[in-house]
Design a binder for this molecule. Structure first.
Ligand code: ATP
Ligand code: MG
Length: 347
């Protein structure tokens, strides 16, 4: 890991959910604990969140500490990770402005994630330019820190491709290797790449509201798990695994230990799947197991979160120290970028 710089982030549009957990947070904790990297940054992307929430600034403001609490609750450690707020790093919009010149308009509107996000949001015909532009600002976020490893969910691949294109264009035009190419670190587990929502939507997402949040209490989790719609069938009829949200969640969350604890009739998920497709196991029993498994993962996270939530001063201190450090690093990169571009007149 030596020589690696890790950066990732989340939009403070609400609390973090189990899709974030399996898609990115778990990988971050693993990478943090393996150690050996040169720097590890986690950004709370408030400026990006405002691109589709301009009329809802309170939501963004209130979610900043909620997201930080989620980070600390899953085990990210401010001694090893620099947490910062995007809007506090002034070099980022400046880099964005220069990078915009490397990206054709047609390229931005072709971005598949942007396209599908526009389709799920209520913009009508008034898509803000800031929103269309956010993949470019994401390139600024990543390159400002010379990050090469980005632990994210699958929906972020098109953003990283856009970032690499900007890096290549910049380094080619200015004949300097100032900017660094990045790659995604995706979860190995297929179900975790893009966890579906409890409503069956292909993605669990804060903006859609089909989420099980890391902070949800046991009763809420139970209600949400029970609300997952399954294929109607006779109690003893064979179950279908394809597009079955219960089993996608089990794929993402359970391990052999879960069976010892909560379903000792089976040894592992493969066995349970076989029995389920053979018939005789109702979805009620699967929901009960899933509820036990999710609760087992979330209970310690929820407890740590509750213990930390009261100390707002400490949370703000973590963010302000991290943002100060992030500014120093990003300013240094901005100076290099401006040198390479020859717009350093008063040096
Ligand atoms: P919003 O609806 O505001 O965009 P979101 O739920 O999509 O919120 P983001 O803050 O955009 O969350 O994403 C943060 C990180 O979590 C990204 O790396 C993203 O890939 C990952 N992620 C988000 N949702 C999922 C999911 N359902 N499955 C796996 N990873 C996810
Ligand atoms: Mg998103």
């Amino acid at each position: 890991m030596k020589g690696n710089i890790i950066l990732t982030g989340d939009r403070p549009t609400g609390r973090l959910h189990i899709g974030h957990y399996v898609g990115s947070l778990k990988e971050r904790v693993r990478m943090q604990n393996e150690g050996g990297y040169d720097a590890f940054y986690v950004m709370i992307a408030d400026a990006q969140a405002l691109t589709d929430n301009a009329e809802n600034p309170e939501k963004i403001r209130n979610s900043v500490t909620e997201v930080l609490l989620d980070y600390l609750a899953v085990g990210l450690d401010p001694e090893r990770v620099t947490f910062f707020v995007q809007s506090g790093v002034t070099a980022l919009p400046e880099l964005t402005a220069y990078y915009m010149n490397f990206v054709p308009y047609s390229r931005v509107v072709r971005n598949p994630t942007v396209k599908s996000e526009i389709a799920t949001k209520d913009f009508g015909r008034s898509v803000p330019i800031g929103f269309i532009n956010y993949p470019i600002s994401q390139a600024a976020d990543i390159t400002a820190f010379k990050a090469n490893l980005i632990p994210v969910g699958e929906d972020q691949e098109p953003m990283l491709e856009q970032t690499r294109e900007i890096v290549r264009a910049f380094n080619r035009i200015y004949k300097k290797n100032v900017l660094v190419e990045c790659e995604a670190v995706l979860p190995k587990n297929k179900a975790s790449l893009r966890l579906p929502g409890t409503d069956g939507n292909e993605k669990m997402s804060k903006s859609i509201g089909n989420c099980i949040y890391l902070a949800d209490d046991a009763a809420t989790i139970k209600k949400k798990v029970n609300s997952i719609v399954t294929f109607p069938r006779e109690i003893n009829a064979p179950g279908i695994l394809e597009n079955n949200v219960l089993f996608i969640y089990l794929d993402a969350f359970c391990d052999d230990e879960s069976f010892v604890k909560f379903y000792p009739e089976f040894e592992n998920l493969d066995e349970l799947k076989k029995a389920y497709t053979a018939g005789g196991i109702g979805d009620g029993r699967i929901k009960q197991f899933l509820n036990d498994v999710i609760n087992d993962v979330l209970t310690p996270i929820r407890e740590r979160r509750e213990a930390l939530a009261g100390d707002v001063d400490k949370l703000m201190d973590i963010l302000s120290k991290g943002t100060k450090k992030a500014n120093e690093v990003a300013n240094a990169t901005l100076a290099e970028v401006k040198d390479a571009m020859g717009i350093n007149y008063f040096k």
